[in-house]
Design a binder for this molecule. Sequence first.
Ligand code: FES
Length: 574
Amino acid sequence: MADANDGGLRSARWWAPDDLRSFGHRSRLRQLGYTPADFMGKPVIGILDTGADVNPCHQHFRQRVEDVKRGVWQAGGFPLQIPAMSLGEPIQKPTSMLYRNLLAMEVEELLRSYPIDGAVLMGGCDKTTPGLVMGATSAGYPAIFMPAGPMLRGNAQGKVLASGTSAWRMWADRRAGVIGRDEVDQIEQGIARSAGHCMTMGTASTMTAATEALGLSLPGASSIPAADSRHAQMASLTGRRAVEMVNERLTLAKILTPAAFDNAVTTVAALGGSTNAVIHLIAMARRAGVALTLDRFDEISRRVPVLANIEPSGSYLMEDFFYAGGLRGLLARLGDLVAPEPITVTGRTLRDELHGAQVFDDDVIRTLDNPLWPEGGIAVLRGTLAPDGAVIKQTAASPELLVHTGPAVVFEDYDDMARRIDDDDLAVDANSVLVLRNAGPIGGPGMPEWGQLPLPAKLLRAGVRDLVRISDARMSGTSYGACVLHVAPESAAGGPLALVADGDLVTLDVPSRRLDLEVPPEEIARRRAAWRPPAPHYQRGWGKLYATSIRQANEGCDLDFLEAGEPTDEPAIH
Ligand code: FES
């Protein structure tokens, strides 16, 4: 039996035998217009395409698939486009995070069940990147990631607009009565004006950069704007490289080492990247059998400064970052902070690939002695309110709130919060700590991006623009504020967040990495005895399977049976 490990092509099992089954496979390729010379003996490259009308970030994938195919043909391969579940972040409900693992399962099974020798993974919009990589890692064949690229800077009324970040600021101004409907309409027209993913350092920019640093994209790929002709060129080069990876038997297992994940975490820190990267990288690592922990994020974050001056932590956008030298420029600036040994999809080390990288604007990509922030953006907290951990993006929070004690204002769930947050009778002031529960992996469900709780309208009118906010939710990477996220265990699983009452004092101390509920243990025990879990959201279908197997945030929110384990057999062909 031919496979990628014994010198033959895996796809030859489908095409080569002189039997009825292979006759059927070959005849169906001829139905597509191909002759045996097109596919026999050639590496079959599956192009996993997450483009769809429901995903505006990937609208250019129709053309990019053709660009990838061109590269595959040129390198002597045989390309097959395979549509995969498109997770359209801004539109999908209740949250695309509910479906990241479903995409990963789909990718793994598509790759295994079809005659694929290697894969090009086309994604970028938030959960598509980790979903594709997780599935391909579990499948185990050679694979390369082709990032969607960021969209161009937003623009309206003479102002530059940032995905998400400008929207949150605009809406706070609208609720405070500072701007009206006409200005909102102008911003609506111009904030997303080209193909590509969000152009702030949100989850998409963070994860595509982290995936490149992990070694899974060609050098420099993640920084190229989607609308730039160099993006099409990169797609073609990626297709070529996929064929070569099959010929070289370069599987993901050779790339996804503990040191490679350290490089990804280092990159997230230096970018001031999204907190969502913590969950996704832990999940990706566990697929590869690498024990990446929350504590490793904190260790690396403490020694890596933020060099990327990009919104929401900084001032610029991804287009500026690309012109300033992009990820290669930033990684070159990090020098010895980048681990030397991990190899990339090129077969060379990441450090080797940085030779010749330049920075063209020291304000966009800072130097080590003039960083935007002296340590990484993400801090990991623990304490009586988060025994298994929580995170905060300290670079996007008001500095005066990084050490703060205040009375809790508790919301039972999102609907409760939406109902009461703007009530002028709500007992809240600038010293309060807003607490939202039932927003975690089980409780949300799917851990929605509700962690940047809106500020009460009466405080907005009084000029308040930040409060300490605590939840078991996630937060968009484009968001900002003193928001403590990913509290674990979540409230729906009986974590201490479920036991907080209005008026309880809560202490946040980021320098000490603490998050504590200042309530005596005997009172906590009394409340715990009275606590009952919320009713499940789903009685059937994917939601039920998800809820029965989902891991907590500190473990990456994968399904427990999808993590690395015994290899799955190749499918029988008969
Ligand atoms: Fe697609 Fe932000 S909505 S990346």
